[in-house]
Write a protein that binds this ligand. Structure first.
Ligand code: NDP
Length: 397
């Protein structure tokens, strides 16, 4: 056994499929299915050492998914399509007795709002069926949850302050492009900011709070407080956390483009009529922006994502910073995709691998921090995302 079905054929999928094929001792058969079959075929063409099939599927349609799952009979479905498809894919998994993994939590297409409640509501059904669902297994969410679980297990008696810091110091040499699906990315960044403090959520205006933070091997970068989905699960799973925040770097050029896009109505998610046809402006915008999966060739620089944690160990205060830096060029040379696709696709493969090996497997719906972080941390070092630790440093936050 080792049959995995991957849905979606974008940048993240390109990396995940290549890395899955590099772990052929665990994965024996791949089915890659997406809305556009030719994109699956292009990815599959580079895979030589593992059996790979491709198919067309509309993942919004549960019946189509059920037909596909029943024909291929995978042990695990890795959802690398869009957050809109999470629930239909989970429904099909339950109908066919298949396990599930994704990298982004559910978001309704007609409302720019993401939260775990919709997927956590599947807990009893997955548990009763004896199936595992692993939620948010990319980098952030994903590795950031594993980093936090690792810190809690090995370094802290009590985690009190958590700041997740995400820096992309890369240059793709385009005037404006997003590093993953533009529609999802722009919806995320234009939302209000939110962070957890003293048992409640505090809301901010978009990009209202920002400060320069120093990133290893990169230097200072202006970092903006955003809401991010792992804050919801981490504050639930580590209730000693008094404050949890998420910071992401943006350049001025990016923010100026974003402001213009919003001001001229191109980030609207509601349908409008154009020449007798209904279109959604943000979906039209996605169609004309650079494809994130194609940015790799001229992408220079690196990403740096990590967790800055303050808490108690043996009654004393401890500060801890665990992070990975990923070079866009190295990612491209290995997989043909840029660093953001790489830092998401590699962890998705690792989660799938640990599931297949029976290491991350338990009936129910879980966020990554609810599994043993140690085997995942070991795989990160071996699969291209090595991590580093700093103790008792100035966290700047
Ligand atoms: P892309 O837009 O490049 O790829 C998405 C793929 O899903 C496309 O191939 C698309 O098909 C396919 N798809 C969309 N709708 C459907 C549908 N209804 N049925 C079947 N296939 C469909 O996105 P990325 O690869 O950049 O991102 C993939 C996922 O990873 C997203 O959910 C994103 O939020 C998540 N992500 C998570 C991160 C993390 O760290 N946790 C970081 C970055 C991304 P088509 O090609 O025809 O459009």
């Amino acid at each position: 056994m080792g049959r995995v079905l991957i849905i979606g054929a974008g940048g993240v999928s390109t990396v995940a499929v290549k890395k899955i094929a590099m772990n052929a001792d665990v994965f024996t058969d791949i089915m890659l299915a997406s809305r556009t079959k030719s994109k699956c075929d292009a990815i599959a063409a580079a895979i030589k050492n593992v059996k790979i099939q491709t198919a067309q599927v509309d993942a919004d349609n549960v019946d189509e998914l059920i037909k596909l799952f029943n024909s291929f009979k995978p042990e695990l479905v890795v959802n690398l399509a869009l957050p809109y498809q999470d629930l239909t894919i989970m429904d099909a998994c339950l109908a066919c007795g298949v396990n599930y993994l994704d990298t982004a939590n559910y978001e309704p297409i007609d409302e720019a709002k993401y939260e775990y409640s919709w997927q956590w509501a599947y807990q009893d059904r997955f548990k009763e069926a004896g199936l595992t669902a692993i939620l948010g297994c990319g980098f952030d969410p994903g590795v950031t949850g594993v980093f936090t679980a690792y810190a809690a297990k090995h370094h802290f008696d009590e985690i009190q302050y958590l700041d997740i810091v995400d820096c992309n110091a890369g240059d793709h040499h385009k005037a404006f492009a997003t590093n993953f699906n533009p529609e999802i990315n722009i919806r995320e960044i234009t939302q209000k900011g939110k962070y957890w403090e003293n048992g409640q959520w505090v809301e901010t205006e978009p990009q209202e709070i920002h400060k320069p933070l120093n990133y290893p091997n990169i230097g200072p970068r202006e970092s903006y407080l955003l809401h991010h989905e792992e804050l919801e699960s981490l504050t639930k799973n580590f209730p000693t956390i008094k404050r949890a925040r998420f910071w992401m770097t943006f350049g001025q050029e990016y923010l100026t483009h974003l402001r213009v896009i919003q001001n001229i109505g191109m980030s609207r998610i509601d349908p409008i009529m154009y020449n007798g046809m209904e279109i959604v402006p943000i979906q039209f915008l996605k169609a004309v922006l650079p494809n994130p999966g194609d940015l790799g060739e001229n992408y220079t620089g690196e990403t740096s994502i990590g967790c800055r944690i303050r808490g108690l160990k043996d009654g004393k205060e401890l500060t801890y910073y665990v992070y990975n830096n990923c070079s866009h060029q190295a990612a491209y040379e290995e997989t043909g995709a840029q660093g953001v696709s790489y830092t998401t696709g590699v962890p998705a493969m690792i989660g799938a691998k640990l599931f297949m090996q029976g290491i991350w497997r338990k009936p129910g719906v879980f966020n990554v921090e609810e599994f043993n972080p140690d085997p995942f941390m070991k795989e990160l070092n071996e699969q291209g995302l090595p991590w580093h630790e700093l103790f008792n440093v100035d966290l700047e936050l």
